[in-house]
Design a protein around this ligand. Structure first.
Ligand SMILES: [Zn+2]
Length: 377
């Protein structure tokens, strides 16, 4: 759980619900914004302009109810996704409500072709159904219940906007997922993600430009969110697709050459030239890794200086059963781009960034070949 979030004491459809603290700041702000513009909305909804409800502090109470209703609407939208995802066997781990709406975290996207599109479209459909329900309630409410009419009418509009906004074909919005899933029916998933991400980037830039021209902060904020979340999602999708099902053990180089800490710089250089390696784990007598030594460490050292003086310590380590995706996360934080694989404190191999990138590329090419050979079957 994010440190900036708290969990509601109940579950919905068996799913834990988290509230991000950003929401607690934005809720009163929205209540105030809606309350300040209460007359504009009332006029739009065809409600009488002379109602006493538009005076004093009542508009802010109405604004608060609307803001609260907005987030409940977002929650219902996310539950719509989760309900359909469950039918495909994809469990939702949690739903988080935050500043810009809701996110449902699922274990992984089901591999059934088109499933992602169905799950994605379920959200906007839920919101449209909710719009219909709110409209019916609005119609059934006596005209003299002006406050109820206001809240129902406002939330009906909000849900319609929510559906339309989410249908924009930009990742990570629902429309972007539908687009990707449909593209993936005819091409590899990673390629589909790339195209969907390109569409998202263009849309985000247009949205940002528009927001800048009309000086709408929300629009700019959402454009920024779509831009960053879309690109990182695209990157993650490509990587996780390529590394799916691999563990560190599958991709590491076993029986790795090691050096003792007392080896001198001169000896190490000779070894590097002979074996054409640029990086070695340094281990003690018991096989326990002490650090990593790289060709770049040999600049500005004395020829007789022992390795222990200039190695990078401690060595970044990972277990052989860790997932390749986890390894990729760790390797990107390691300055030498390598992880020492240790099992019960003993070195069993080494894993480099290029091992992982090669695996991703191999997997991508293999999938392309498999897809290309399908029509002949
Ligand atoms: Zn959605």
């Amino acid at each position: 759980m994010s440190p900036m979030a708290f969990r509601l004491p109940f579950r919905l459809l068996g799913i834990p619900i988290e509230i991000d603290l950003s929401l607690l700041i934005v809720l009163p702000l929205m209540a105030w914004l809606i309350g300040s513009d209460v007359m504009v909305f009332a006029k739009f909804l065809g409600l009488p302009a002379n109602s006493p409800l538009w005076q004093g502090s009542t508009p802010f109470l109405l604004g608060f109810l609307c803001a609260l209703g907005l987030f409940v609407s977002v929650l219902v939208h996310e539950l719509g996704h989760s309900l359909v995802a469950q039918r495909y066997g994809a469990k939702t781990q949690k739903i988080t409500l935050w500043l810009l709406g809701g996110v449902a975290y699922s274990e992984e996207i089901p591999r059934t072709p088109g499933a992602e599109a169905v799950i994605a479209i379920a959200g906007p459909i839920t919101s449209i159904l909710l719009t219909g329900l709110l409209w019916l309630l609005h119609q059934a409410t006596p005209t003299w219940w002006v406050g109820t009419q206001f809240v129902l009418g406002y939330l009906g509009l909000v849900n319609l906007m929510l559906a339309l906004f989410n249908l924009l074909p930009a990742l990570p919005l629902d429309g972007g997922r539908v687009l990707r899933s449909l593209l993936a029916l005819t091409m590899p998933y990673a390629r589909a993600t790339q195209i969907a991400a390109q569409v998202s980037t263009i849309l985000a830039l247009l949205m940002g430009l528009w927001g800048f021209m009309v000086l709408n902060v929300w629009l700019m904020l959402i454009a920024f969110f779509v831009y960053t979340a879309g690109t990182s999602e695209a990157r993650y999708a490509t990587l996780s697709e390529g590394l799916k099902g691999f563990s560190v053990r599958n991709l590491m180089t076993p029986n790795v050459e090691v050096v003792p800490p007392q080896m001198t710089a001169r000896e190490l250089l000779k070894k590097m030239a002979a074996e054409r390696h640029t990086c070695y784990p340094v281990i003690d007598l018991y096989g326990k890794p002490l650090g990593l030594v790289h060709l770049q460490h040999l600049h500005n050292v004395e020829p007789e200086q022992p390795v222990r003086d200039f190695l990078q310590s401690p060595a970044p380590t990972i277990g052989p059963e860790a997932s390749a995706l986890e390894a990729l996360k760790q390797v990107s934080q390691s300055p030498l781009g390598r992880l020492v694989v240790v099992d019960a404190e003993h070195i069993v191999g080494i894993l480099s960034r290029s091992d992982l990138l090669r695996a991703i590329e191999l997997q991508t090419v293999e999938q392309d070949l498999r897809r290309n050979s399908q029509p002949q079957r």
